[in-house]
Design a binder for this molecule. Structure first.
Ligand SMILES: Cc1cc2nc3c(=O)[nH]c(=O)nc-3n(C[C@H](O)[C@H](O)[C@H](O)COP(=O)(O)O)c2cc1C
Length: 178
């Protein structure tokens, strides 16, 4: 399976960066993984979809390539003001046909106790509008107690394992129907 992990915030001091790194590291022990970290990219505000762009931004073209090569997209996103960060919505809006029948999976991140469930709900709506399939999710609550630069708690190590099992299961069932 080829998995594209999107790191969905550019905030300085973001906890989501640690989560995305740990998820990508763990997934890459089992599958081919690419990471698209918005903080490492130069993505202008979307003025038109990539398919209509006369001078497409280089990093948006790269994003499009990675989406097309992937079997599964894992969006790692914090919850900001009950939704997802603007830069994440911006990059998602650039593409449309590229997402057809793509499997989306989700890791939502919060310092509170609800694991970014409102961001997750918005991501479900958005990725349905993009023509994707809404796959499994792993909400992360109390992120600063479980993830840092160097480590993951035992609880979330087990949750990541279960999440990957669910992603593999979903992919094997739905890839036969796509
Ligand atoms: C602009 C902003 C809005 C936020 N809104 C929410 C929210 O609606 N719900 C929530 O659970 N946490 C919210 N948080 C806190 C995040 O849960 C917290 O920052 C967490 O570490 C994930 O975001 P990070 O990757 O930016 O660190 C917000 C944080 C910021 C910076």
């Amino acid at each position: 399976m080829k998995i594209l992990v999107i790191t969905g915030t550019v905030r300085k001091g973001r906890n989501t960066g640690h989560v995305a790194e740990k998820v990508a590291e763990f997934f890459s022990e089992h599958h081919e993984v690419e990471v698209f970290d918005l903080k490492q990219r130069d993505i202008p505000h979307m003025e038109e979809r990539l398919s209509n762009a006369e001078n497409p931004p280089e990093d948006v073209e790269k994003f499009s390539e990675l989406v097309e090569e992937s079997d599964v997209i894992t969006i790692v996103s914090p919850e900001y003001n009950h939704s997802i960060p603007g830069p994440l919505k911006n990059i998602l809006d650039y593409l449309y046909p590229e997402y057809k029948d793509r499997i989306f999976t989700y890791v939502t991140v919060s310092r509170g106790g609800f694991g970014g469930l409102r961001a997750l709900s918005h991501l479900h709506d958005i990725t349905i509008a993009l023509g994707g399939l809404t796959g499994p999710s792993m909400p992360v609550s109390n992120v600063d107690e479980h993830f840092d630069q160097d480590s993951v708690s035992e609880e979330y190590q087990a949750k990541m394992e279960r999440f990957l099992d669910q992603v593999e299961d979903y992919h094997s069932k739905f890839s036969q129907t796509i």
